[in-house]
Ligand binder design. Structure first.
Ligand SMILES: *Cc1c(COP(=O)(O)O)cnc(C)c1O
Length: 389
């Protein structure tokens, strides 16, 4: 026991020395463009609340109504007695919204991927994964016991090469639709074409596209006009939808199979039903309030134009995730700290969340931001660039 303590102590010291120790800030009050830490307000660019719905009055009212109707807890897992009318209605609405025959609700996106992947592939099968995929896709693939093949980011030629020479009975390609630390969109058309050609399944993780991309925010598949029984579509509900949770949508019998086999669906208490009533209200706003996506697009353009003359590159991205890559861990932290002193909150993202030597500021925009707030960030970064650039 003391040995273990000493080892962990050493490892923590090493993290500290390599500028890799992570710290939390405690936020007082609700999400929004201004976050209060202690008694100080910060202009925040660090949330995935892309449409500005996390503190919307209509959602708060729906949560109150859900609370009155269902109380707080779901009582049991969905397959025992925790599957409520609210979740049943939400699944129907989500399936219709993304244009799939059926949907299944999960507690979180992390749990969805951890459940879906091992239900679809196992030892003897092969999973093909984009190098920049989110940690929970990677963890799900590891948990499955299938062979794991990584292809370079968005490299469809390499993926084709790997698929062609693979003789596994079942092949599954997994990809973020919008890459969470870079903001670019996966070549989903090409991925689907390869899956058709080589008889593989495609799992699309649309955590950052659902609500943001496509007509009415219907997500990345709608953005490309794609539909196929080979596609399993995973969307999360804690980002643009502003609440909490996730779902997977696809062919009805595939969804039935997940209901029977996804362990993170079966062996966990169902989410509080009030979240589902809240999500039904959120879905309505996502669908009808196109101005949120229009405003967001204008803010993205404004930010990119304002940062174009910096010596640090902003990665190509048409989504609310904008990455200013400064490479060095220390520099990323210094810039975060410099902005912090100006009352602006932008997170520095370092390895292992991103590949080595690609430390960055990950700026995320929301429809709740104003153009003036974007300008404040642009000015703040230009001021720091004079010192560090
Ligand atoms: C955030 C995220 C998840 C996890 O979703 P949660 O609902 O937050 O657990 C999954 N995939 C990607 C790409 C994400 O960015």
């Amino acid at each position: 026991m003391p040995d273990l303590m000493a080892q962990i102590g050493d490892q923590l010291t090493q993290l500290q020395e390599r500028q890799l120790l992570r710290r939390r800030r405690t936020v007082e009050g609700p999400q929004g463009p201004i976050l209060n830490v202690g008694d100080k307000p910060y202009l925040a660019f660090c949330s995935n609340d892309y449409l500005g719905l996390a503190n919307h009055p209509a959602l708060i009212a729906a949560a109150h109504a859900g609370l009155d109707a269902y109380g707080v807890g779901a009582g049991a897992s969905a397959l025992i007695s925790g599957h409520t009318r609210a979740v049943e209605d939400l699944e129907t609405a989500l399936a219709e919204f993304v244009g799939a025959p059926r949907a299944l609700h999960f507690s979180t996106g992390y749990m969805a991927n951890l459940g879906i992947i091992p239900a679809l592939a196992g030892p003897g099968d092969t999973i093909f994964s984009d190098r920049l995929n989110h940690a929970c896709l990677i963890d799900g693939a590891r948990l499955s016991g299938a062979q794991f093949r990584i292809y370079p980011h968005a490299d469809v030629a390499r993926l084709e090469y790997l698929l062609k020479k693979n003789a596994s009975p079942r092949k599954l390609v997994i990809s973020d639709a919008v890459f969470s630390m870079d903001g670019d969109i996966a070549p989903l058309q090409e991925l689907l074409a390869l899956c058709e050609k080589y008889d593989a399944w495609l799992l699309v993780d649309d955590a950052h596209g659902f609500g943001v991309l496509g007509p009415q925010g219907r997500g990345s598949l709608a953005h490309f006009g794609l539909a196929s029984p080979r596609i399993l579509y995973m969307g999360t509900l804690g980002k643009a939808a502003g609440v909490y949770g996730a779902f997977v949508a696809g062919d009805a019998s595939l969804i039935e199979w997940l209901l029977q086999r996804a362990r993170t669906y079966i062996f966990t208490t169902a989410s509080p039903p009030l979240l589902a009533t809240t999500l039904l209200a959120s879905l309505e706003l996502v669908r009808t309030e196109e101005w949120r996506r229009q405003h967001l697009r204008q803010l993205i353009e404004r930010l990119r134009a304002g940062l174009a003359s910096l010596s640090w590159p902003v990665l190509p991205s048409q989504t609310p995730i904008q990455a200013l890559v400064v490479q060095d861990n220390r520099l990323a932290l210094d810039l975060m700290e410099g902005l912090h002193k100006q009352g602006i909150w932008v997170p520095a993202i370092r390895p292992p969340t991103v590949p080595k030597k690609t430390a960055r500021l990950r700026i995320s925009l929301s429809a709740a931001h104003t153009a003036e707030q974007i300008d404040r960030l642009i000015d703040g970064l230009h001021t720091l660039a004079k010192h560090y650039g």
